[in-house]
Write a protein that binds this ligand. Structure first.
Ligand code: FAD
Length: 441
């Protein structure tokens, strides 16, 4: 049986461990840089294509227990005037819902599930990947502990799911440098606020220069009836002197941000009051990385943000990492299942590399197209169009953007991101078994 080492216990690495295990691989170890896993971050959305994969991994019920299913996604201009609204998840005809979750709670759920299914020792903490040597038949991964101690692990396959500052990516593409900054800053937070609209609508207001995104994460706890726990992202071009270091954990003072959104009091949501009510606000420069010419090096491969960090427009970061994980497990299982029982090391190594190339051939172009679209604002282009054509607002959006143009933008994004209902509901499952190859639906 193959030994598979995964670097990074983020959503990508954990989903990879669970996908490989579901496909029948048992010798899997996850090495994580931090010494303690804590529920960091704020909200993320799991789109129906990712929820399909979580369902096939047997995780849907557990995730739904910590999630809200958004009913609609509605776009507004900076005056709160409606531009476009569409149903989401099962309300939009998908066989699977969209789920809004707290990133940290979702990550902890995956951590628990990896430990339950793969064993209590499957995740090794305080283990930072520093380098990988690609041998003829084995990968030799070097790790360092916080105290400076180093150790090496040999594996048949190494998956680098080590995030936007990936060590494997930096080793293989030394000219890659720092993440690319758009010049925009995101302020993310959660706040308990009075319920708005139907209590399950994700909203985006503004344009390419300044924007506010919000969606419910949960009903408010206990004693606040009619309230909900909201995730929000306030976004604006950076003020001079802002650092472009991509660090998710820099709490900052909400007052200047409240001021920036001072005029954004809509009759359906009070934006400055929401920002002022935040438990804490994390500042994050909007960065991504260039698409790469290849993700496989020997029998090592990039996955998730390590391979394709992109802007959060379209809420696709975690969903794409989950799709990577399932696609990788599918190809590895089907190639290994096709090997003769007597296959030697050469044939096994060749099968592994064929599988990793197949994963690369599917996922790299798909995420490169998506990366390009997120740079063009993704589905949020409708907001910029409304601004370009009517910067001072409008009485009726039909006078500014015809409905068919709005529909086209929404459809194009879903097709590119792989979650148009017509294709997602019909496509074959990515479930596979190392014993039998592809598994019929
Ligand atoms: C702390 C944190 C908070 C975030 N908060 C949000 C949020 O609120 N909203 C949102 O949309 N997205 C957030 N993201 C990003 C989002 O989780 C990812 O875009 C998406 O889930 C893809 O996940 P990933 O596993 O590929 O990368 P990541 O989520 O970045 O996970 C990478 C993991 O690898 C570990 N790691 C890094 N370097 C090494 C190394 N050399 N060796 C071993 N392990 C290593 C990291 O500690 C991390 O656990 C956050 C990411 C992080 C790390």
């Amino acid at each position: 049986m193959l030994k598979i080492v995964i670097a990074g216990a983020g959503i990508g690495g954990l989903a990879t461990a669970l996908s490989l295990h579901r496909a029948g691989f048992t010798d899997i170890e996850v090495y994580e840089r931090v010494g303690e896993l804590r529920p960091l971050g704020v909200g993320i959305n799991l789109l129906p294509h990712a929820v399909r994969e979580l369902t096939e991994l047997g995780l849907a019920e557990a995730v739904e227990r910590i999630a809200v299913k958004p009913s609609r996604l509605s776009y507004y201009n900076r005056f709160g005037q409606p531009i476009w609204s569409e149903p989401r998840g099962t309300d939009a005809g998908y066989s699977w819902p969209q789920l809004s979750v707290h990133r940290g709670e979702f990550q902890m759920l995956l951590v628990d599930e990896v430990r339950r299914r793969l064993g209590a020792g499957a995740i090794r903490l305080d283990s930072r990947l520093t380098a990988v040597e690609h041998g003829e038949h084995q990968e030799h991964a070097r790790f360092a502990r916080a105290n400076g101690e180093e150790f090496e692990v040999a594996a048949d396959v190494l998956v680098a799911a080590d995030g936007i500052h990936s060590a494997l990516r930096a080793q293989e593409y030394p000219e890659d440098g720092a993440p690319v900054w758009s010049g925009l800053v995101l302020w993310r937070g959660t706040a308990t606020v009075p319920s708005y609209l139907d209590g399950r609508t994700m909203i985006m207001a503004g344009d390419g220069e300044q924007k506010f995104v919000a969606y419910p994460l949960a009903p408010a706890d206990g004693d606040a009836p009619g309230s909900l726990r909201l995730n929000f992202i306030a976004e604006r071009r950076a003020l001079e002197g802002t650092s472009e270091l991509a660090d998710w954990n820099q709490p900052i003072d909400p007052a200047p941000i409240v001021q920036l959104f001072d005029a954004w009091t809509f009759d359906w949501l009070d934006v400055p009051a929401t920002i002022a009510a935040a438990d804490q606000i994390l500042e994050y420069p909007m960065v991504d990385r260039e698409a790469l010419p290849g993700w496989r090096f020997g029998s090592s491969v990039l996955l998730g943000d390590a391979a394709h960090a992109m802007y959060p427009n379209g809420s696709n970061g975690a969903s794409q990492a989950i799709l990577d994980a399932r696609t990788l497990a599918f190809h590895l299982a089907t190639e290994i299942a096709a090997l003769e029982a007597s296959a030697g090391s050469n044939a096994t190594t060749a099968a592994i590399r064929t599988a990793l190339d197949a994963y690369d051939a599917v996922r790299r172009p798909a995420t490169a197209r998506l990366l390009e679209m997120t740079r063009q604002l993704g589905p949020e282009r409708v907001m910029q169009l409304a601004y370009d054509r009517a910067p001072d607002g409008f009485a009726d959006v039909d006078d500014v953007i015809p409905a068919h143009e709005l529909q086209q933008i929404a459809d194009d994004y879903k097709r590119t991101a792989g979650f148009h209902p017509s294709t997602l509901n019909e496509r074959a499952s990515l479930s596979a078994s190392v014993e039998h190859g592809a598994v019929a639906d």
